[in-house]
Ligand binder design. Structure first.
Ligand code: DP6
Length: 325
C-alpha cells in the first residue's frame, strides 16, 4: 500500500474562467489569471490499497458517494492509467473553509488530490504536467498547482492548456477579504454553469475581449499597480456575471448582501481607500486591497448587514506533498 498526503490552497481569479471549448477535457474558452490564497487549505491523503473493491472518499469526516465520488474516481482512473496501476484508492480530504459558497473549494481539492494521487502512484510529474492533469478534474484547479500569481493559458488542446506562475507569493502582498454572505451550497455549480455560458449573447464579446483585460491585469500585477488592477478586476467580474445573468437558464448568484458589499466597496474606493471586489459562482464577495489594509477592510465588511463572517488571505504557495515529495 502506498500513501501520500498533499495540501493546496484555493485561488481567486482576477480574470475569470467561464465557459469551455471542450467540456470533457476542460479546455477553456479564455485564458485566466489568479492568486492563490494562503491560509485556506485542502489537505488530501491518497492510499492505493489492493484490498479495496472501489475507490472511497471521505470529505470533512463524512463518507461521500454519488457524483462527487465519481468525479474523484475519473481523476484516479487517469492516474492509474498513467502509472499502470490497478488498485483502488482510499481518499481522505478536509478543508478549513466552507465549501460550495464561491470560495473555489474544487480548485484546492482537486489540486491536492492530483499531487497526492500521482505521488502515491509513484509518478514524478513536472508542475506543468500536474497542472494539466488537475485541469481535467476542475479547470480552476490547474491554477492552484503553481505558486503565487498564476496565469492559465487557454491553449488549443490538452497539451498546451495549463497554468504557470507569473510571480511568486512574496512579489506583492495583495490581501483578499472574503465577505461570507451565505454558507449554503450553491444551487448551480460551476461545472453546469460553464455549459450554459455560450447560451448568453454576451459570451462571445466577453471571450473576444479577454486578451486585453488579461494583459492589463498581468501588467498591474507585475508592476504592483493597485489602481489599474482594481479597474480591470471589477470589469472582468462584472462581465462574467453579465454572461451568467443572461444565459439560458439565467444564473443569478448575487444576494442582497452581495450587492450591499459591492456598493460599499465602490464608495470606499471613491473616498480614497484602495479596494476592489470580485465574485465567483456564488454570493460571497472577495474584496481585494493592499495587504496592510486587510484588518481595516475586514472590520468594515463585518459591519455590513448580511455579512456573516470575513475570511482573510494573502498570496499563497502552490500545491505540495506533506512532507515534500
Ligand atoms: C467562477 O473551475 O470551479 O470560479 O472546471 O467545472 O470545476 P470546473 O469549474 P471551476 O470554475 C471556476 C469558475 C469561477 C471563475 C474562475 O475561478 O476563474
Amino acid at each position: 500500500m502506498t500513501t501520500s498526503t498533499a495540501q493546496a490552497s484555493p485561488n481567486i481569479a482576477l480574470i475569470k474562467y467561464w465557459g469551455n471549448r471542450d467540456h470533457f477535457l476542460r479546455i477553456p474558452s479564455n485564458s485566466s489569471l489568479s492568486m492563490n490564497l494562503d491560509g485556506l487549505v485542502s489537505r488530501t491523503q491518497v492510499s492505493f490499497d489492493p484490498g479495496l473493491e472501489a475507490d472511497r472518499l471521505t470529505l470533512n469526516e463524512q463518507e461521500i458517494i454519488g457524483p462527487a465520488l465519481q468525479r474523484v474516481s475519473v481523476l484516479l482512473e487517469r492516474v492509474r492509467g498513467m502509472a499502470g496501476l490497478k488498485q483502488f484508492a482510499n481518499v481522505t480530504s478536509s478543508n478549513n473553509f466552507p465549501i460550495g459558497t464561491g470560495i473555489a473549494s474544487s480548485a484546492s481539492a482537486f489540486a491536492a488530490l492530483t499531487v497526492a494521487a500521482t505521488a502515491a502512484a509513484g509518478l514524478k510529474l513536472t508542475t506543468q504536467e500536474l497542472s494539466r492533469l488537475a485541469r481535467t478534474a476542475s479547470g480552476s484547479a490547474c491554477r492552484s498547482i503553481p505558486a503565487g500569481f498564476v496565469e492559465w493559458q487557454a491553449g488549443q488542446d490538452d497539451a498546451d492548456s495549463y497554468a504557470f506562475s507569473i510571480a511568486p507569493p512574496d512579489h506583492w502582498d495583495l490581501g483578499d477579504c472574503i465577505a461570507i454572505t451565505s454558507e449554503t451550497h450553491k444551487p448551480v455549480g460551476s461545472t453546469e454553469g460553464h455549459t450554459l455560458a455560450d447560451s448568453s449573447p454576451l459570451q462571445a464579446a466577453r471571450v473576444a475581449t479577454t486578451p486585453q483585460r488579461l494583459a492589463q491585469c498581468r501588467r498591474a500585477v507585475l508592476e504592483r499597480d493597485f489602481d489599474a488592477l482594481a479597474d480591470v478586476v471589477e470589469l472582468d467580474a462584472n462581465m462574467m456575471h453579465a454572461v451568467m445573468i443572461t444565459s439560458a437558464p439565467p444564473l443569478l448568484y448575487w444576494q442582497p448582501a452581495t450587492l450591499a458589499v459591492m456598493h460599499a466597496v465602490q464608495d470606499w474606493r471613491s473616498s480614497g481607500l484602495p479596494v476592489c471586489y470580485t465574485i465567483d459562482a456564488g454570493p460571497n464577495v472577495h474584496v481585494l486591497c493592499p495587504g496592510e489594509k486587510v484588518d481595516l477592510v475586514a472590520a468594515r465588511l463585518r459591519q455590513i448587514p448580511g455579512v456573516n463572517d470575513v475570511l482573510t488571505a494573502h498570496p499563497g504557495g502552490g500545491a505540495h506533498c506533506l512532507p515534500a515529495c
